[in-house]
Design a binder for this molecule. Structure first.
Ligand code: IMP
Length: 197
């Protein structure tokens, strides 16, 4: 059976990706099960750039097809920040909650109409050192006035979905799965892999 390598060591991400790729007839492995792969710095200025860098680099170390993703939050009033720096916006050792608080502080006093934002997810699929598919998907919303809800991770508790008047932190995974940047991108990746493999 063909191997699909997920270019991550993050267990949460891996679980989510495995769930989406269940129907793909392939043996799914992660970087955790591979030895000798290099540590890859996510130093590109775009999500697509980082996803491509990870997928291409790892695909030179395996016979399998490699899927890599990069994602984050882009806030219009902050000129697209935190963007590719989403995971470390408040500093390298800070937690998810600190990143959200930093965004809330920067937007303090801004009216609802100017708090527009979107989550972005880029997925690159590579085979033998070449990109064979590049996907980017979005989920639009607004930044709430405060932290709301305990579901999800990262910026979920401050990301408001206007049609529900609730944050992803309040809505939970079932609703998030239907509209998230990652689920949209993964559905496209799944369709591509089913046809490619
Ligand atoms: P990555 O692991 O390099 O893709 O970093 C993604 C970062 O963006 C995470 O650490 C979160 O801060 C943020 N992020 C990406 N997707 C989501 C999401 O679905 N909800 C909340 N935060 C997200």
């Amino acid at each position: 059976m063909i191997e699909v390598v997920i270019a991550t060591k993050n267990d949460k991400k891996l679980r989510e990706l495995r769930r989406y790729l269940k129907s793909v007839k392939a043996h799914i492995v992660s970087l955790k099960e591979m030895s000798g792969t290099p540590r890859i710095r996510e130093d590109k200025s775009t999500f697509k750039g980082n996803a491509v860098k990870k997928a291409v680099t790892i695909s030179k170390f395996t016979k399998g097809v490699v899927l890599a993703d990069d994602s984050g939050l882009c806030v219009d009033a902050l000129g697209g920040e935190p963007g590719v720096k989403s995971a470390r916006f408040a500093g390298p050792r800070k937690k998810d909650g600190d990143n959200s608080i930093k965004v809330l502080k920067l937007l303090e006093g801004l009216p609802a109409g100017k708090r527009t934002a979107r989550f972005v997810c880029a997925i690159a699929i590579a085979d033998k050192g070449k990109v064979i598919k590049l996907i980017e998907e979005y989920c639009s919303g607004r930044i709430a006035d405060s932290v709301r809800g305990r579901h999800g991770f990262g910026y979920d508790p401050i990301f408001l979905i206007p049609e529900y008047k609730k944050t992803f932190g309040e809505l939970g995974l079932k609703v998030k799965d239907k509209m998230s940047h990652r689920s949209k991108a993964l559905k496209k990746a799944r369709k591509f892999l089913r046809e490619y493999l």
